[in-house]
Design a protein around this ligand. Structure first.
Ligand SMILES: NC(=O)c1ccc[n+]([C@@H]2O[C@H](COP(=O)([O-])OP(=O)(O)OC[C@H]3O[C@@H](n4cnc5c(N)ncnc54)[C@H](OP(=O)(O)O)[C@@H]3O)[C@@H](O)[C@H]2O)c1
Length: 294
């Protein structure tokens, strides 16, 4: 249970990668500012997190089961939190999908939207009303640089993140009136299971319904370049977790952060700005206030 003065932080998708590292960094905060509720859909996968959290486990870190694709699981999880009080909600759970679009089943595409888009909305719908009532809270969404820029053969994944961007940018303006902050983090390539799961997935595939030129382009041009890009620009899950931790601790500034993540040197570039420099945008609180008339 959270000690007086501690912020309750709930994170989705903590069995691996970025979510696991966010949970550990926040739970091991020197000033013990947070009580972290790390969630995952299968608690049998908790070992890596528990080991990395060390003695924070059971003190500033507790675990709950949560599948962002299930209404019932989301409700049960939030009901299990004391007074349903969450100060910071970190939407991290997500899945990838690459390949020629004609070879991907509609069900697989829907699963990506169900997780990356509706999964986040399901969480926000369950947590936001309470934050609005309390006139305080912070919602963080781990989007992707592919929420800002399409990348060949990542059509559906990029679309799910673009959808999230539109949703959050719209909601952020309304939430200003309620002192609820919404931040988006947009990492470039990160070395996690995400990358391995996608490579493992495509190596099993036959690409039914796809012409030989496209299969050749995908297998012999896209996949090797993707590996090169991860090699050259890949960040660590800790790099991204640090950005999230900074965002969580600076919630009072109320910025909608867009995290330019394709170049290492840009990673934590909160304040320098963008539009003229490229596709990235950071909308300042003042900007949003102006637009929302609050
Ligand atoms: N890695 C990258 O290059 C990269 C780049 C930009 C953005 N991102 C984003 O970063 C976020 C985290 O990804 P990651 O790189 O850390 O990958 P990861 O290691 O594969 O972690 C993804 C996490 O999401 C969980 N998850 C998947 N479906 C879920 C569901 N229905 N309910 C609850 N949890 C679910 C997974 O849990 P299970 O163990 O149950 O599968 C896992 O814990 C994602 O939103 C991803 O889109 C990643």
């Amino acid at each position: 249970m959270a000690a007086p003065g501690q912020k309750v932080v709930l994170i989705t998708g903590c069995s691996s990668g970025i979510g696991l590292r966010i949970a550990v960094l926040l739970a091991r905060d020197d000033a013990r500012r947070y009580h972290v509720i790390a969630t995952m859909r299968d608690l049998k996968r908790k070992e890596k997190l528990v080991e990395a959290a060390g003695d924070a486990y059971g003190k500033t870190l507790s675990l709950l089961t949560l599948d962002v694709c299930s209404d019932e699981s989301v409700k049960q999880c939030i009901d299990a939190v004391k007074d349903r009080h969450i100060d910071v909600l970190i939407n991290n759970a997500g899945i990838g999908l690459v390949g020629p679009v004609e070879s991907i089943s509609m069900d697989d595409m829907k699963k990506v939207f169900e997780t990356n888009f509706f999964g986040v909305i399901r969480m926000i719908k369950e947590v936001m009303p309470d934050m609005k009532k309390r006139r305080g809270g912070h919602i963080i969404v781990v989007s992707s640089v592919m929420g800002l820029q399409g990348v060949v053969f990542n059509d559906v994944y990029a679309a799910s993140k673009f959808a999230m961007e539109g949703f959050c940018e719209s909601l952020a303006v309304q939430l200003l009136k309620f002192n609820v902050t919404l931040s988006m983090i947009e990492p470039g390539p990160v070395h996690t299971e995400f990358e391995m799961k996608m490579i493992a997935d495509v190596s099993k595939k036959e690409f039914p319904g796809t012409d030989p030129d496209t299969v050749n382009y995908f297998k012999n041009v896209y996949l090797p370049s993707s590996v090169d890009i991860f090699e050259a620009l890949g960040q660590t899950p800790d790099d991204i977790a640090m950005v999230v931790v900074v965002s969580a601790s600076r919630m009072e500034q109320g910025k909608l952060f867009h995290q330019p993540g394709t170049a290492k040197e840009n990673r934590v570039d909160w304040d320098r700005r963008p539009r003229e420099e490229g596709i990235y945008s950071l909308v300042s609180f003042a900007d949003l206030r102006g637009r929302a008339g609050v």
